[in-house]
Structure formats: structure tokens, C-alpha cells
Design a binder for this molecule. Structure first.
Ligand code: COA
Length: 183
């Protein structure tokens, strides 16, 4: 399914699994994943994960993920362990204003880190976006001190292109970001 057309199809596509990680649609029973994400301040600061968790806010977050496909804004997947199907993180492809360009974002809940989940999920999502999704470029913006995120991108063949100074507003501060891309 191509995402670069005027409007994405309503059915939720599923990229191929690599046997360990499945990228799937968000479900209402993924609320515990959103709750765990809300406890790492770096995640609510840069995303719409609620900073103060309530079940209602978490469900609204899940609804917003479905809404992105409906509006053609992009596509948000839960990163699930293939063995249990438990949601342990998020990977998202968002359409940028430039034709054929997608931004990629991701997070993994603290209890599931350093197991290669983000590396696998970003590999699947970026490869799928460049292939079935029809994008020509997938880019990521990463803070210079976020080595873990940079390692995820480097492991997936993203090239580091440069530093954008004072580029993003994160909470109450402005942040520099490194730009990485895979084409
Ligand atoms: C960044 C993040 C997604 C990495 O998730 P993860 O599933 O733990 O990543 P992986 O297990 O695939 O590890 C990727 C690499 O980062 C390294 N790494 C993981 N945590 C690290 C840390 N705290 N410090 C330094 N390196 C770290 C791993 O060793 C691995 O490196 P290697 O390939 O050289 O062995 C996760 O830490 C996170 O959600 N952070 C908060 C949100 C965030 O920063 N998102 C990215 C925004 S651009």
C-alpha cells in the first residue's frame, strides 16, 4: 500500500515481521504500554504521549494513532514482541511537506530496552516505507546526546547529514537535532 497518495486506505497494513518483532495496529488493550511510556519524561516531551497518565488519556492517544492513517498524515505502529504480541513501543512514519519524504519516530518502554527492539522496528518500518509505502526518503531528527537513537539509525544504514541548530521546541526548551536519512 502506498502512503504518498492523496489519502491512505482505511484498512491497516502490516509490514512483514522479522520473526522477533511485529509492527501492528494499536489496540485498546495497549493502554499499559502508553502508561509505561508516560513515565520516561523524554517520551512525552517529544510526542503526544500524555505526561500525566490516565486511562482516558491513553485511550485518546491510541485513537490519535489510528487517526493518522485515516487523514493520510502517516502511519503509527505498535512495536510488539512476536512471541507475546505485547505492545512495547511505537514506530511512526509521518509525511513531511516535501514530496516523497517521511519522518520516522520511535520509542520503546524502559523495561524492554537494550534488546534490539528499536533497531528491528526501525529497520522494518523504514524499509517498508521506502518500498511498499512509496517514499523516496525517510529521515529522522535526533538530539546530539541521544546516542542510543543514533545507534538505532546507524545500524539501519541511515546516513548522518548534519546538525540543525535550535530546530525543535521540546517542552519548554529549544533543541538542536542531528538529521539522518535513508534513501
Ligand atoms: C532510543 C530508544 C528507542 C532505543 O530503544 P532500544 O530498543 O533500547 O534500542 P536497541 O536495543 O535497538 O539498541 C540500539 C543501540 O543503542 C544502544 N543503547 C541502548 N540504550 C543505550 C543507552 N542508554 N546509552 C547508550 N547506548 C544505548 C544499544 O547498545 C544498541 O547499540 P549497538 O547496536 O551498538 O549494540 C529508547 O532508548 C527510547 O525509547 N528512548 C526514549 C525515546 C527516544 O529517545 N526516542 C528516539 C527519539 S529520536
Amino acid at each position: 500500500m502506498r502512503l504518498t497518495g492523496a489519502m491512505a486506505e482505511p484498512s491497516y497494513p502490516e509490514p512483514p515481521t522479522d520473526g522477533a518483532v511485529r509492527l501492528r495496529s494499536w489496540r485498546d488493550d495497549d493502554v499499559p504500554c502508553v502508561e509505561q511510556a508516560s513515565r520516561d519524561p523524554r517520551i512525552p516531551e517529544a510526542t503526544t504521549v500524555p505526561a500525566r497518565y490516565t486511562a482516558a488519556e491513553a485511550l485518546a492517544f491510541i485513537r490519535r494513532q489510528h487517526g493518522r492513517l485515516a487523514t493520510g498524515e502517516g502511519i503509527s505502529f505498535a512495536i510488539a514482541a512476536h512471541s507475546t504480541d505485547e505492545a512495547l513501543g511505537l514506530v511512526i512514519l509521518s509525511r513531511r511537506p516535501q514530496a516523497g519524504v517521511a519522518g520516522i519516530g520511535y520509542w520503546v518502554v524502559p523495561k524492554a530496552r537494550r534488546r534490539g527492539l528499536a533497531t528491528r522496528a526501525v529497520g522494518i518500518a523504514s524499509g517498508w516505507g521506502l518500498d511498499a509505502g512509496g517514499f523516496a526518503r525517510v529521515e529522522a531528527w535526533v538530539e546530539p546526546d541521544n546516542r542510543a537513537s543514533q545507534r538505532v539509525l546507524e545500524a539501519n544504514g541511515f546516513a548522518r547529514e548534519g546538525l540543525l541548530r535550535s530546530f525543535l521546541v521540546l517542552g519548554a526548551r529549544r533543541a538542536d537535532v542531528l538529521v539522518y536519512s535513508r534513501i
